[in-house]
Design a binder for this molecule. Structure first.
Ligand SMILES: Cc1cc2nc3c(=O)[nH]c(=O)nc-3n(C[C@H](O)[C@H](O)[C@H](O)COP(=O)(O)OP(=O)(O)OC[C@H]3O[C@@H](n4cnc5c(N)ncnc54)[C@H](O)[C@@H]3O)c2cc1C
Length: 201
């Protein structure tokens, strides 16, 4: 599976045959089987879903083995894993999405997140001028109503190096009133929700 997933690289399909914009990334079936195996074994979330002594060690050991078979699918698996502690800072978002993010189901279909039992998360942090120093990000967040943590924002800007665009949602960094902040952005969704920051920003 690891060899096949790399022998046949992903293809970006921008339009369907009727000319509708789809922005679909097509992977070899072996890649999806690797993703399914990782998610079913909880590499994306098991210590968050079943916290218990040794849970992180168990997950790390499985991850160590699995990524020797194929490393690239570890990217969305790791980002999904890493997103949950950030979401904990915004309890309403965690309540809405925590179950689906930690669920042991992988669903590669290009359908809305509410039609899926499990979702994967990507990240859109980097910009051309803002890699290590994300404070240089210029993407802006405009409050739609009153603003503030958990509220809806419109994000306007340009991201660079979003390496798992087939995820169901993304943590996106943008400059909000008050400084750089993190947003939960559903793929295809109209708006992004702000996550409460732990620093003064
Ligand atoms: C395989 C891959 C996948 C990625 N996927 C994603 C993704 O999905 N989403 C996303 O948002 N980003 C993604 N990135 C982008 C990644 O997060 C950035 O490349 C990273 O943050 C570094 O930024 P940069 O490339 O602009 O390098 P720079 O920040 O310009 O760094 C260039 C060099 O300067 C050094 N440097 C930088 N700052 C300092 C400092 N203060 N002191 C000393 N040295 C310093 C660095 O070590 C490096 O050697 C991905 C990158 C890779 C390689």
């Amino acid at each position: 599976m690891g060899f096949d997933a790399n022998r046949y690289p992903p293809q970006l399909m921008t339009h369907d045959r009727q000319g509708h914009r789809v922005d679909w990334v097509e992977f070899h079936p072996a890649y999806h089987r690797l993703m399914q195996t990782s998610v079913e074994h909880g590499l994306h979330a098991s210590p968050w879903r079943n916290p218990q002594p040794g849970a992180h060690v168990t997950r790390a050991a499985k991850y160590f083995l699995q990524t020797q078979v194929e490393a690239a699918h570890g990217c969305p698996i790791t980002m999904t894993f890493a997103a949950l502690p950030a979401l904990r800072h915004q309890p309403n978002l965690l309540e809405s999405w925590g179950d689906k993010i930690t669920a042991p189901y992988y669903d590669p279909r290009n359908v809305p997140d509410f039609e899926k039992q499990g979702v994967t998360l990507g990240m859109a942090m980097t910009e051309k001028q803002g890699g290590s120093d994300v404070r240089l990000n210029t993407t802006r967040a405009y409050p739609i109503d009153q603003g503030g943590p958990g509220e809806a924002f419109e994000l306007v800007g340009h991201k660079w190096f979003v390496s798992a665009p087939m995820c169901d949602a993304f943590l996106v960094l943008a400059q909000a009133p008050g400084g750089l902040s993190c947003f939960y952005c559903r793929a295809g969704g109209p708006t992004a929700a702000r996550i409460r920051s732990t620093s003064s920003n």
